[in-house]
Write a protein that binds this ligand. Structure first.
Ligand code: PLP
Ligand code: COI
Length: 357
């Protein structure tokens, strides 16, 4: 597809951009451009544009505003030491977007178009990819239902967009290990939308997240909806549990948690380290008991935004417990370095995960 390029009338100055890149935070600064592509039933995707980042026009009756027909992705572009830019497993994000689209009755974005949209954005906003270790350009592809229609049925018009912003550490606290709050709310039930990356899941997580923050924690933990016993995932991250006998457990993909791309990558990297990784249910009681007995050595949270972050403390209505020494564990630090090294091109990519652009 041909992308029409509409140049930016006033881009961010080099000085302003460099100041932002030196301390990017997460999710508050954006690059100068965005990609928009329209979809119409019967016509498919059309009118691809790279244009100045600006508010978009939406009819007040647009389906996304009423019934939350929206899905999104999150991935990062990394600056390598030679100055080149690379993406990490973008085709996996394209596949997951399409799996989310299936659940939300939305059209697929062809994988090549998804990756091309990102390439086109980076082609004009490449200066926004930071070079410092721990920084990257966070890309947010998303799709919304734009048809003006109040009946409850899948819309006939959609808009796919890509916006981006430089990213540093996701956690504001900057603590060496994060603290999490066990929510009594449920994120996703069997047969629901838990495995889709749709805005509605995150809307439902906001009250629990606010509660976690108010109690002084960094993230919220969700248990399963049926027994309220099995550990599922955090508000925006998957979990891994590391034991003293070389075993590692991560909760299985039963349809209520997001199939993280970092999760899939870590399963592979940990197995290559000789660890025995299994996807199996793990209960909150087991977690507490294993942490207290010392059988559990480490817990790691992982995701695109959070990378690999150690969990130090877990708290809930019944009290709290500490993992290991409460700080970063050995395996968490080692595997984080390995993953980040592959993403940044300092460790050989033997899996074909890195896509130079
Ligand atoms: N779980 C949830 C709810 C998330 O929002 C994310 C972040 O995207 C993840 C897990 C981790 O997924 P990934 O590793 O693909 O970023
Ligand atoms: C990501 O890691 O890409 C996410 O979407 C998680 C969100 C908490 C920012």
């Amino acid at each position: 597809m041909q992308f029409e390029h509409i140049p930016h009338p006033a881009t961010t100055s080099d000085t302003d951009r460099e100041a932002i890149l030196a301390n990017p935070g997460f999710g508050t600064h954006f690059t100068d451009h965005m990609v928009t592509i329209e979809y119409t039933d019967g016509q498919g995707w059309h009118d691809a544009k790279v244009e100045p980042r600006a508010p978009i026009m939406l009819d007040p009756a647009a389906a996304v505003l009423h019934y939350a027909q929206e899905i999104f992705e999150g991935l990062k572009a990394y600056r390598h030491e030679d100055g080149s830019i690379a993406l990490f497993r973008p085709e996996e994000n394209a596949r997951r977007l399409n799996a989310s689209a299936d659940r939300l009755a939305m059209p697929h974005v062809p994988e090549e178009l998804f990756v091309e949209a990102i390439r086109q954005l980076i082609a004009v906003d490449g200066k926004w990819v930071p070079g410092a270790e721990g920084s990257s350009l966070y890309l947010r592809p998303f799709m919304i239902a734009t048809e003006a229609f109040l009946g409850v049925r899948p819309a006939k018009r959609y808009k796919f967009m890509v916006i981006a912003g430089p990213a540093g550490n996701y956690f504001k606290s900057g603590a060496p290990a994060v603290s999490i709050w066990i929510s009594s709310y449920t994120r996703a039930a069997p047969g629901g939308t838990g495995a889709a990356k749709c805005g509605g899941n995150y809307a439902a997580s906001l009250v629990p997240t606010r509660e976690a923050f108010a109690r002084g924690h960094d993230q919220v933990l969700f248990l399963d909806a049926v027994e309220h016993k099995w550990v599922e995932e955090l508000g925006g991250m998957n979990l891994f549990f590391v034991f003293d006998d070389g075993r590692v457990i991560t909760p299985p993909l039963t349809g209520t948690i997001l199939p993280g791309i970092t999760r899939a990558s870590l399963i592979q990297l940990l197995r290559e380290e000789g660890l025995n990784v299994s996807e199996e249910p793990y209960s909150i009681d087991q977690w507490r008991t294993d942490a207290q007995s010392g059988h559990l050595l480490e817990t790691m949270a992982c995701g695109t935004a959070a990378v690999v972050t150690p969990v130090g403390k877990v708290a809930g209505e019944d009290g709290e417990f500490t993992i290991g020494s409460g700080g970063p564990g050995q395996l968490t630090s080692k595997i984080r370095e390995k993953l980040v090294g592959i993403q940044r091109g300092t460790i050989a990519d033997t899996h074909g995960w890195v896509m130079p652009i």
